[in-house]
Ligand binder design. Sequence first.
Ligand SMILES: C[S@@+](CC[C@H](N)C(=O)[O-])C[C@H]1O[C@@H](n2cnc3c(N)ncnc32)[C@H](O)[C@@H]1O
Length: 451
Amino acid sequence: MSNIIPPALVRRLGNLAGFDTVAFESVHEREGGVTSIRINPAKASKLDLASLDRVPWCDNGFYLPDRPIFTLDPLFHAGCYYVQEASSMFIAHAIKTLALDGQPVVALDLCAAPGGKSTLLNTYLHPDSLLIANEILKARATVLADNLVRWGQANTIVTNNDPSAFRHLPGYVDIMLVDAPCSGSGMFRKDHDAITEWSEAAVLLCSERQRRILADSLPALKEGGILLYSTCSYSVEENEEIADWLCENQGMEPLGIPINESWGIEQTLSDKHACPGYRFYPHKLRGEGFFLAAFRKKGPQPSFDRRKLKTEKNSMPKELESWIREFGAFTAFTVGSDLHILPKSREVDLRIVQDMLYLRNAGTRVGKLVRGELIPAHDFALSVEQSPGIPKLALDREQALEYLRKGNLSLMHDRNGWALATYEDVPLGWVKILPNRINNYYPKEWRIATL
Ligand SMILES: C[S@@+](CC[C@H](N)C(=O)[O-])C[C@H]1O[C@@H](n2cnc3c(N)ncnc32)[C@H](O)[C@@H]1O
């Protein structure tokens, strides 16, 4: 494995205003990178953040002094934070400064797995929004769904579709994030394989694919809707040239994002349409290579009439009342024998999306009703919508790790029935307390195997 930056890339970047070739090469010669996490504000945890440096462009982002073994932290499994590369957290700043959080929206994260930016959107958009997180690859869609389950919000639908499927939803989406598959040069410091795989031909192939993905899916963005386009590539062909192509061919107009000069982010302007682009270089800030540009769709974009769609009478089974915090705010529906909940205000959206797309998950899976009693699902253990009255079984760190290994728990307890196994007050999963033992319901496919 090599950590020598391809000379063809350095030559191209050397022509960009303000680019420092020596500093760029030398940061790649040093081993290691930066580790950062983004806190889930919906899960109150006792993480000690006071001594950590903050990511300047994201109020929930923090740098860690070194990279811990996250598998050994129960709060990681509980979805209290997401390990995310710091530059990508700039999307939080874009949402705030473009005022995309002012009202409920339908947001589509088109290339979403493993879910870093979806969990960010979930935190930063208006809480009554709907997030559709899509991933084209089936195996990656599963990881995406799991990460969103950990994040705990019910206003999310995970789909597993090719971008062209979104053509069937013309003018439906208010905000679209396309974090496109790219040549990956921005990850060279962390991923030396990406250096070996890089070539000028690969950059051109990625650039063509990025145009195809955008052209296929953009009909879903409504007139006046916002596109956030990002890559982890340094190549102009995948960044500023795509921005120009979006203005020329897709009816988009560029948007500027105010930045603080001290952050070290490089603002570029594309050649033809002077589209502002935001470049992150690891020699200029604490983060990996990243590019973001924002656009508004000028239109015209015809859209289907959602008023024609009526909601079905979807009542919530009364058996869920003692389990769900704001019982009246949700609608319930079944997937196979499982009950799911979704915010009531998003019932019509569920119908729209169900008709057109392949759904990998929708809302929060709460569990099965068996003879009038709920057998709770693991997903619901990680939900932020649980009623505070659900019994808890508090575990210390060793017990929590044993629980996450799906081991046996031998603890004193004074009640029988379902309870949430918690660590530092944060739920990890379900246990069923019986008179003579405690059954561990942590899903076997989630258990931590090697410690
Ligand atoms: C840069 S990654 C997304 C990372 C993700 N947004 C995050 O922050 O965690 C790009 C994603 O695009 C997907 N992808 C690959 N080819 C694609 C295509 N032709 N159309 C749509 N998505 C594609 C990949 O499977 C990958 O999950």
